[in-house]
Ligand binder design. Structure first.
Ligand SMILES: [Fe+2]
Length: 440
């Protein structure tokens, strides 16, 4: 559908003001109602047929392939190669499964393959069964494009978001929490896995968890059972003891995935791991430093006000000391971008915070923002959509947010972001403080 006049005016005016962070803007586009959950007709498959295939980065030059079979004796083997149907490499992996009340999962296979060439298409087959899949590895050098959307769910709007991400040229997808909205009904994890397979089997999906992944039942079920079994991320590869927080390098970016729903105070394992991880960052090798987690620290929406305050109080000094350039969060079902901020206010040596919990879930949008837009808030709008971060080189990146405008992706907010390092923010005189904060 064609954008209406109001939308065109809005897009043009926003493009003008958003090139540099100088003007506070609130988008006035009002989304239609939430869309219903998608229907997934029952389509029986052979018990060893690979289902819900997705891939994730697993350390330098390696990829983890994850899939599920009903057959508990199916092998956790991936055959792969650079030509269709010609698999000259094979890797053996591991498997797990879980039960949840009356539900029993299939066999969940995790197989790490590699070493792989950079920026290269690979063809692969899971468990020597079913169709051939293919993926492209990320480049080792800039430019690189990261697609981002949180709070996905599995509604008509989710489909719209995924279609738009599929249309853009990107290397890695990053999801800052709230994946399937299974919410205790485990079969929804399976339908979500099938829904995302076309994208998630072709590009690495790097996710962190939200509140909808908890699925905790007092005295019966620990938190994150399904999430941890199904979406294993490279925590071991990054020196973490928990799948709930980890980091990875891609091209020249070091990306930290934190857990909003596991301990984060200064005595916690996550805090210790974060300090150690930040202390190891080599800005010559990875001039860009990003962090993702679920609950935003800078949020002027009425929804979820203050929920990130404790984590922010604990961890923002660490991220700031390390010079984190961009922070991406979800949870609030709307879009908001900040100026560079630190300690609650604009700070030219703080991080740009972006809330992008607008993937399309069934709970709908968080329409109400605080009447008074804070001075740090540059752009805010309650619409579904996705973001794209194109890191052009070691100093400049182009961020754009794409609203799902009646099924057409419309670029509605955009800004050039420079690294703190190139902005003179990581200075000699602050070195002692950084050392103190980041010492292992
Ligand atoms: Fe959430």
């Amino acid at each position: 559908m064609k954008p209406n006049l109001k939308t065109l005016v809005s897009v043009v005016s926003l493009a003008v003001v958003s090139v540099i962070n100088v003007t506070a803007t609130t988008g006035d586009y009002i989304r239609p109602a939430p869309r219903k959950n998608l229907q997934f007709p029952w389509s029986p498959k052979h018990s060893s047929h690979p289902q819900q295939v997705h891939i994730s980065l697993a350390g330098d030059k390696h990829m983890r392939v994850t899939w599920i079979t009903d057959d508990k004796s199916a092998p956790s083997v991936v055959n792969y190669g650079m030509s269709p149907g010609k698999y000259n490499s094979v890797a053996q992996g591991e498997s797990t499964s879980y039960s949840y009340l009356l539900y029993s999962s299939g066999k969940i296979h995790h197989t790490v393959i590699g070493p792989l060439e950079d920026d290269t298409i690979y063809y692969y087959q899971c468990g020597r069964e079913g169709p051939e899949f293919k993926f492209k590895t990320p480049p080792s050098q800039f430019p690189i494009t990261l697609a981002v959307a949180g709070d996905l769910g599995q509604t008509g709007w989710t489909k719209s978001t995924l279609d738009h991400i599929d249309q853009c040229i990107y290397d890695v997808y990053m999801l800052p929490g709230d994946l399937s909205y299974a919410d205790y009904i485990q079969s929804r994890w399976d339908t979500f896995g099938e829904l995302v397979q076309p994208l998630a089997s072709a590009r690495p999906w790097m996710v962190t968890q939200g509140n909808h992944e908890k699925e905790h039942i007092l005295l019966i079920k620990k938190s994150f059972a399904a999430y941890n079994a199904r979406w294993k991320m490279p925590y071991e590869e990054s020196g973490s003891s928990s799948n709930l927080y980890y980091s990875f390098d891609v091209a020249g970016a070091h990306i930290i995935m934190l857990g909003s729903y596991t301990d984060y105070d200064e005595f916690s394992d996550q805090y210790s791991w974060l300090k150690a991880d930040l202390a190891k960052v080599d800005r010559e090798k990875t001039p860009w430093l990003l962090a993702l987690f679920h609950v935003p620290w800078y949020n002027s929406n009425d929804a979820h006000q203050g929920e990130g305050d404790n984590m922010m109080a604990s961890m923002e000094p660490l991220l700031n000391a390390a010079g984190v350039d961009i922070v991406l969060a979800g949870h609030v079902h709307a879009y908001e971008r900040s100026q560079r901020v630190y300690n609650g206010r604009s700070d030219s040596c703080g991080a740009v915070h972006i809330t992008i919990g607008d993937g399309g879930n069934r709970e709908g949008l968080a329409h109400r923002f605080k009447d008074q837009q804070p001075e740090w808030s540059v752009f805010r709008e309650a619409s579904f959509g996705h973001g794209e971060l194109k890191i052009v080189n070691s100093t400049h990146a182009f961020w754009s947010w794409h609203r799902n405008d009646d099924d057409e992706p419309v670029r509605s907010d955009e800004v050039w972001i420079t690294t703190l390092r190139s902005s003179g923010c990581i200075l000699e005189e602050s070195r002692d403080l950084r050392k103190l904060l980041l010492q292992p």
